[in-house]
Design a protein around this ligand. Structure first.
Ligand code: ADP
Length: 281
């Protein structure tokens, strides 16, 4: 009787332990599968431009007595080389935001500077499509123009916002408007800075919305590649925001446009400075 009682007591515990082990294994296997997929994707993405470069260099050699053709092929080689450079750079950026703790050299970062940098980065591309870029940065202190500050790693925050603005321009038709706004909002855990990037572009379906933050996921790979996209931009955004204790969300209606919203912890400098130096401009 007693032996039975003991084994009855052990059994549920044992099975729970087995279940935990199985879950652990499943999780480990899932991580391993994600890693393998990632390596396969990287290899594929690298092979495409390298293959094109190799074909084009052969074409250049074959066409050595036709200067026009050589020019044309060389031009395309340059495009492929740029694509390769972008991809390698984004892979480096992604690995950096995944591995480095951004808060190790966190500082108050001026929102107006982040926005200006993101706009500058896309100015050329927007210009060729005659896309208007409009910024609206809240000035909550009126006379004290200390401005909004977020708390974090300047380079990573700039990369995140830059990617969103770049996408807004890339996935919008000519003669549309891209809006970038920033304001302070109150949340239970403290003040947040909300940065929103709005476009009047092609939009994203509900089904794709769930996947666009995955590495290498693109709704339309051909279109993404044509604009120099790597499929890594939003994965970088997601990691930066997560490691800063913020969040990113997306609203979109197909054919109408999208709004990507970042919420990041505010750096209190604006108010601290104002409190310490009243009247400081
Ligand atoms: P990519 O380098 O392809 O732009 P991202 O990770 O930045 O990669 O974005 C993933 C995909 O999400 C894009 O390929 C595109 O299909 C979609 N996407 C991102 N931003 C927008 C946007 N503003 N409007 C419409 N589609 C977008």
């Amino acid at each position: 009787g007693e032996a039975l009682a003991v084994s009855a007591r052990v059994a549920p515990l044992g099975s729970r332990l087995v279940l935990l082990l199985v879950e652990d294994l499943t999780e480990a296997r899932r991580i391993e599968a994600v890693r393998r997929d990632f390596v396969a994707n990287v290899s594929h993405e690298l092979k495409t431009p390298v293959g094109a470069l190799s074909l084009l260099s052969e074409a250049v050699m074959d066409a050595s007595d036709e200067p026009d053709a050589v020019q044309r092929f060389a031009g395309r080689m340059q495009i492929e080389a740029t694509r390769l450079t972008n991809l390698v750079q984004e892979l480096i950026d992604l690995s950096r935001v995944q591995n480095d703790d951004p808060l190790e050299d966190a500082e108050p970062v001026r929102v107006d500077e982040l926005v200006a940098e993101a706009v500058d980065r896309c100015r050329h591309q927007a210009g060729t499509k005659q896309i208007t870029m409009a910024t609206a940065i809240q000035d909550p202190r009126g006379a004290v123009r200390a401005g909004l500050h977020v708390w974090g790693n300047r380079g990573q925050l700039a990369a995140a916002l830059g990617n969103l603005v770049e996408n807004a321009v890339n996935y919008s038709p000519a003669h549309t408007r891209v809006g970038i706004s920033a304001r302070r909002i109150s949340a239970p855990g403290g003040e947040l800075i909300e940065l929103a990037v709005t476009d009047q572009g092609i939009g994203i379906s509900d089904r794709d919305k769930e996947r666009i933050f995955e590495r290498f996921y693109r709704v339309d790979p051909a279109r993404s590649r044509a604009t120099g996209g790597t499929g890594l931009g939003l994965a970088i955004v997601k990691h930066v925001v997560a490691s800063h204790g913020g969040e990113v969300s997306v609203w979109s209606a197909e054919g109408q446009g999208s709004t990507f919203t970042l919420r990041l912890p505010e750096a209190g400098v604006a108010r601290d400075r104002a409190a310490r130096h009243p009247g400081l401009d």
